[in-house]
Design a protein around this ligand. Structure first.
Ligand SMILES: C[S@@+](CC[C@H](N)C(=O)[O-])C[C@H]1O[C@@H](n2cnc3c(N)ncnc32)[C@H](O)[C@@H]1O
Length: 388
């Protein structure tokens, strides 16, 4: 079956792109902005609402490569214009998929799909309309490589060029051998978004001072970072990180040498004794978030936990200031705790700034970004500070 799929850089309609964003749309948008900033990708945003980001960009990297580097983008599609009726769409698909059966899905109008299929059949083409409910159906039916997956938005049609490799993320999330189910695990997608938010090139030194089972480290390795330091106070966490890195090498294409990664047991509050001053470009971490919560804890207990964590975080930032290079960044999760009366937050922005940092969120209108599911007792605030 042959398709005439234009490559991402040969976008037929004025290089106009639709990115479908993940559940945390602001965070996903910030990640794209960070990645474009780091790679000097000039673009003009036309629309950014709900989970749809539409922009024009003269030069975009190959969509298939790009989607693997974005934890928060579900789909990348390019505009094929305002095709108004099934005749036009059938004509387009007939030209786009030159032989064999035309398998296609349309997200946004089932009736258009069914009508188009009828017309294709009248044209003598064998056709199948797939009701693509989610990414998994698009992947399972191989619609991107040998068919067509189309999104309709505001009367405009967008052809999917790449879809998030959900199976790979899920394998890394649930398949790795070293796990810490008790304290909960950082989702690999979020780890990838945090690394992107740091906006450091892959030849720079990055450091996770509370590496846990090594989620940030593993994603960093896959993204091509070579100079990596991983520390944790727990022997088990360090063993899990080593085990997970070995597993990563056998299960994913790891191109870079992981032998140079420095992994050792250490206490973040004394870490400047073990890591040279002014040597780290970016600290990227989900730190200790406190004891796992059941949801029945009193506000008093949660407030005490918040105070203890605040002390730990401020001691950590005092250390970060010593080991970070000038202009170095820290992308750091601060938890917030849900109670029946509202959120208990850990307010330490001012104190962190007093230690020699400035809040430098990728989106200037935001202080921090949020990652939270309704069912969770702990919300994650993703902060980005720059050493000043
Ligand atoms: C939420 S987990 C970290 C998740 C991790 N960043 C990842 O990518 O998977 C928190 C970790 O902080 C570690 N920790 C707690 N106190 C610490 C300290 N003072 N110094 C270093 N690590 C610490 C814990 O052992 C635990 O593994």
């Amino acid at each position: 079956m042959a398709t005439k799929l234009p490559t991402a850089t040969q976008n037929p309609v004025k290089n106009k792109w639709l990115f479908i964003l993940g559940r945390e749309t602001t965070l996903s948008f910030a990640e794209i902005q960070a990645l474009f900033l780091l790679n000097n990708i000039e673009h003009e945003i036309l629309h950014n609402q709900e989970n749809k980001l539409i922009f024009t960009a003269a030069h975009l990297p190959d969509a298939g490569d790009l989607i693997k580097k974005l934890g928060g983008t579900i789909k990348i599609a390019y505009s094929i214009g305002k095709i108004k009726n099934p005749n036009q769409l059938a004509k387009f698909l007939n030209e786009h998929i030159t032989d064999g059966k035309i398998e296609f899905s349309i997200n946004g109008s089932m009736s258009l799909g069914i009508e188009t299929k009828k017309i294709l059949k009248q044209m003598g083409r064998s056709a199948r309309y797939v009701e693509a409910k989610n990414s998994a159906t698009v992947i399972y039916n191989n619609l991107i490589k040998s068919g067509a997956d189309i999104e309709i938005y505001q009367d405009e049609l967008f052809m999917t060029a790449a879809i998030q490799p959900i199976e790979d993320f899920s394998k890394r999330d649930f398949g790795r051998p070293g796990r810490d189910d008790e304290s909960g695990m950082l989702p690999p997608k979020l780890a990838m978004m945090m690394i992107n938010l740091a906006t450091v090139k892959t030849d720079k030194t990055i450091f996770d001072p509370s590496c846990g089972s090594g989620t940030v480290i593993s994603e960093a390795v896959l993204m091509g970072y070579k100079k990596i330091i991983a520390v944790d106070i727990s022997d088990k966490a360090i063993n899990d990180t080593i085990l997970n890195l070995q597993w990563l090498k056998t299960n994913f294409q790891v191109k870079n040498n992981t032998d140079d990664i420095k992994i050792f047991v250490g206490d973040v509050t004394k870490i400047s004794q073990k890591i040279k001053s002014d040597s780290v470009d970016a600290i990227i971490t989900e730190p200790y978030l406190g004891k796992p919560l059941r949801g029945s804890e009193s506000s008093l207990v949660l407030e005490q936990q918040a105070d203890e964590l605040k002390r730990l975080y401020l001691e950590s930032f005092a250390q970060f200031h010593k080991i970070l290079k000038d202009d170095g960044v820290a992308v750091f999760i601060i938890p917030r705790f849900k109670t029946s009366e509202g959120w208990i937050t850990i307010d330490c922005e001012e104190e962190i700034e007093d230690l020699g940092f400035k809040n430098d969120c990728i989106l200037p209108e935001e202080k921090h970004l949020t990652y939270w599911r309704e069912t969770q007792h702990v919300g994650r605030e993703i902060w980005r500070f720059k050493k000043v």
